[in-house]
Design a protein around this ligand. Structure first.
Ligand code: UDP
Length: 329
């Protein structure tokens, strides 16, 4: 029996792009998603199981039907501001959800997991670019749950020999080149899709949250990474675990920072639209600059991001939004 890769949260933004990438690599993929934020229409495959990971009985059934080699684990709540208002939900879905998943993996002798982590595990950085050895002091519940999940996997590795790769993403952006899958959140809070709502005629202007940060133009600087480059990193992480390597943590970013103003400028060029922008007060909890060093992933996984230019990232996002102004619905 061919071994399957289980992708939890495979109907979400980064998950659906990773599913596409793995299918193109001829992997046998099954998706487990409770569809709380995911989109059924983002998947071209029939192998979607609508299951919540905390439902261990149902999850166990899937592991018994399929010969699961490894899990790529995306399923989680991931909004910073929401996490501050609903810590119970974040601990329950993220931390307890992983606990259930690992328990079922243990029972079924599945020994490999690739995990969606985040730059939010670091908190306010002391040094730029951020390296994996830097201190982790999350400033929000979301980041704290992801850090707790990394630590849980560390102890499950010790106790049950389940090997993990944790991928700490910086700012995921862009879409598959086909333009038929992309980013859709409700509510939308991310900079690039919000900017693109202006040329789509869905909003009048974009608000820039603060222009008095100690950066070159005063607006926050982020490291935007193309979602298909994240997808390829997950594949390389799986290959790394297939090589019987020890558990590891890697940053994934493109190493270049772009300010909010720069992002808006590039979007103006790409969409050929003036995109009015207005300065508003700072958003709580925003560090001035987040830029990753991804040297470790390049060295150890052989990762080579293909789509580093912000033009390419925004152009692909724009193609998706133009083709699907209402998203998947
Ligand atoms: N941002 C902004 N206006 C918006 C949304 C976001 O100025 O309408 C800024 C935000 O303050 C941050 C950057 O854009 O500095 C990226 O925000 P996003 O929410 O996309 O990602 P985050 O860095 O919070 O993960």
């Amino acid at each position: 029996l061919r071994m399957a890769i289980m992708i939890s949260g495979g109907a979400g933004y980064i998950g659906s792009h990773t599913v596409r990438y793995f299918l193109d690599k001829n992997e046998d993929v099954i998706v487990v998603d409770n569809l709380q934020t995911g989109h059924r229409q983002s998947l071209a495959i029939e192998h979607l199981y609508q299951i919540d990971l905390r439902d261990k009985k149902e999850l166990d059934k899937i592991f018994r039907v399929h010969n699961v080699e490894a899990v790529i684990h995306f399923a989680a709540n991931s909004l910073v501001s929401e996490s501050m208002e609903k810590p119970f939900e974040y601990y329950h879905n993220n931390v307890y959800g992983l606990m259930c998943l690992l328990d079922v993996m243990k029972d079924n002798d599945v020994k490999k997991i690739v995990f969606s982590s985040t730059a939010a595990t670091y908190g306010e950085p002391k040094n730029i670019p951020i390296i994996e050895e830097d201190d982790t002091n999350p400033t929000n519940t979301y980041g704290e749950t992801k850090l707790a999940m990394e630590k849980m996997m560390k102890w499950f590795d010790q106790g049950y020999d389940i090997k993990y790769v944790s991928l700490r993403y910086f700012n995921a952006a862009g879409a598959h080149e086909s333009g038929n899958i992309g980013e859709e959140h409700d509510p939308e809070t991310h900079l690039i899709p919000l900017i693109l709502q202006v040329p789509l005629g869905q909003r009048e202007k974009i608000f820039m949250f603060g222009d008095d940060y100690s950066t070159e133009d005063g607006t926050c600087v982020r490291d935007y990474i193309h979602v298909m480059d994240l997808a390829s990193a997950h594949y390389l992480a799986l290959e790394y675990l297939r090589g019987n390597n020890p558990s590891e943590v890697f940053n994934l970013g493109n190493g270049n920072g772009y300010s909010v103003k720069q992002v808006i400028d590039v979007a103006r060029q790409v969409t050929n639209n003036p995109i009015p922008a207005e300065v508003k007060e700072r958003r709580a909890g925003d560090p001035a600059i987040l830029i990753a060093s991804s040297e470790k992933a390049k060295d150890m996984l052989g990762w080579e991001p293909q789509f580093n230019s912000l033009e390419k990232i925004i152009n692909d996002a724009w193609r998706w939004h133009k083709n699907n102004p209402e998203g998947y619905s």
